[in-house]
Design a protein around this ligand. Structure first.
Ligand SMILES: [Zn+2]
Length: 489
């Protein structure tokens, strides 16, 4: 008896240990100052002038623009959104910084936007058995159609993971359909193996994807190709609605009231922000970073813009006579609105790249590694490994690999076969490369400057500076893609 009681006590103690292990203990260091950093060899010390904490201030300058826009009458759909006053403020901010750094020919190239999808306001509330829950975290997927005036009042159903098996035999016609996704980092149509498409084909009147990350994150999705109002939902709200649906089973079904006012606004403008550092030849290097963002967009893409500014500062200090090629710096309009105005303009001006040694796309250059463990998201003292693309000669590939190694840029083990993101429309017009990655908070209201390690900004930016320096030792013909690789299959 005594023995078995002892065993019970022991197993209870074990339980409490595993439960408390999910909650972190008191921190022993200040995270912002303690991210892992690479120690540089004496011959690499020239790059120490690229300082991560300084670059982080550029990240904070941009996230502040987003918050100002949010706090001036745009509490639901906000960020550095193309065509809005946040876009204009952000362009002006970048022009000011380019001038402060001493770039030449600093100017704005205005671009007309196609009609822009603007979700002006929305609300989602579910009720069953006399209980009503407001789903605060609901965020319409980009380009989602709105509801009719007066909104929708629909029966709510839960289809679990929305696999073929979950959907088999279910009548979804005219219903609000909720599904749970463990595809945490997707903000795109392929989430959960195209579940949104499968549900839409079965006649749903509204679709909700519950993003299975702990907390109640608001996430902004790219267009998902749905023809009915479609939203993402945080896990807390997702659990609440699934409970409501579950408890009402067999009785009066749960219902959901949805209102989404969407406007298509014509005649808006955006811009490419240009600056340059003249070199001593007619050859060029392009450094680009997209300016637009959803929410605070600290990694996507305040980090990339900060990296571009860090490169501008570094090369502005090098005397013109020592700069072999003109470096163009471009704050591009971006692609979150699905228009990619700068990208398409550049793609249509191939002549600009006729004597270009390299295009570097600065996009998502630093993000803290977050770990989903034991039901919560844990922070860490390091950066996420970055996806990377490099397209050019074998020499260029080796220059990139060496630079990432030199400054401690963690990467995926294998590069990507093509450059996605902002550079996608034109990356094949010259030798080009990029590092790009977010973390679990990508495209969410948690993607704040707090999660952008200065060490990651320093590492990526130093590596790019070293790459530009090394590339300038080589002639164009030694950098260009071998002909066989130009054929994309
Ligand atoms: Zn981006």
């Amino acid at each position: 008896m005594r023995k078995s009681l002892g065993l019970i006590a022991l197993s209870l103690a074990g339980l409490s240990i595993s439960a408390s292990a999910q909650q972190p203990a008191k921190p022993l260091y200040v995270l912002e100052d303690s991210y892992l950093r690479w120690r540089l060899l004496p011959e690499e010390q020239a790059y120490l002038s690229i300082d991560g904490k300084h670059l982080k201030q550029y990240v904070e300058g941009q996230t502040a623009i987003s918050r100002r826009y949010r706090d001036h009458g745009h509490p639901q759909f906000w960020g550095r959104i193309s065509g809005t006053e946040a876009d204009a403020e952000n362009a002006q901010w970048l022009l000011d910084n380019f001038r402060k750094i001493g770039l030449s020919d600093v100017h704005e190239q205005p671009l007309d936007l196609p009609p822009q999808w603007v979700p002006e306001s929305w609300s989602v509330a579910a009720s069953a058995g006399g209980k009503t829950v407001t789903l605060e975290s609901a965020q319409p997927t980009s380009t989602s159609p709105g509801t009719p005036q007066g909104g929708l009042d629909l029966e709510a159903v839960d289809v679990a993971l929305a696999s073929e098996g979950d959907l088999a035999g279910r009548d979804l016609h005219g219903k609000a359909v909720f599904f749970y996704s463990a595809d945490y980092t997707s903000r795109q149509a392929p989430i959960s193996d195209y579940a949104i498409k499968r549900i839409g084909e079965r006649g749903a009147a509204a679709i909700f994807v519950i993003v299975g990350l702990p907390g109640n994150l608001k996430t902004q999705f790219y267009p998902v190709g749905s023809t009915v109002p479609t939203f993402s939902l945080g896990l807390q709200d997702g659990n609440a609605i699934r409970d409501l649906i579950g408890k009402s089973r067999g009785g009066q079904p749960a219902r959901v009231k949805i209102r989404l006012d969407v406007k298509n606004v014509p005649n808006l403008k955006t811009a490419t922000v240009w600056g340059s550092l003249p070199g001593t030849s007619d050859e060029s290097i392009f450094v680009v970073a997209h300016r637009d963002a959803w929410f605070e967009g600290a990694t996507d893409n305040a980090s990339g813009v900060a990296t571009m500014l860090g490169l501008a500062e570094y090369f502005a200090k090098i005397p013109k006579e020592q700069r072999r090629r003109t470096i163009y710096f471009l704050g591009t309009s971006g692609h979150h609105d699905n228009s990619g105005m700068t990208g398409h303009w550049l793609a249509g001006h191939k002549e600009l790249f006729a004597r270009t040694a390299l295009i570097i796309n600065c996009e998502h250059t630093s993000a803290e590694q977050l770990v989903y463990r034991g039901g919560s998201i844990r922070r860490s003292n390091t950066t996420v490994p970055l996806r990377w693309y490099v397209g050019g000669s074998a020499k260029l590939e080796q220059i990139a690999v060496r630079a990432y190694d030199m400054f401690g840029v963690a990467t995926y083990a294998q590069p990507e076969p093509a450059a996605g993101g902002e550079m996608a429309p034109y990356y094949q017009l010259a030798p080009s490369l990029q590092l790009i990655e977010g973390n679990l908070y990508w495209h969410s209201d948690r993607e704040t400057a707090d999660y952008v390690p200065p060490t990651g900004l320093a590492a990526s930016t130093r590596a790019y500076a070293k790459i530009i320096t090394d590339v300038n030792q080589l002639d164009l013909k030694d950098l260009q893609r071998p002909p066989a690789k130009q054929v994309q299959r």
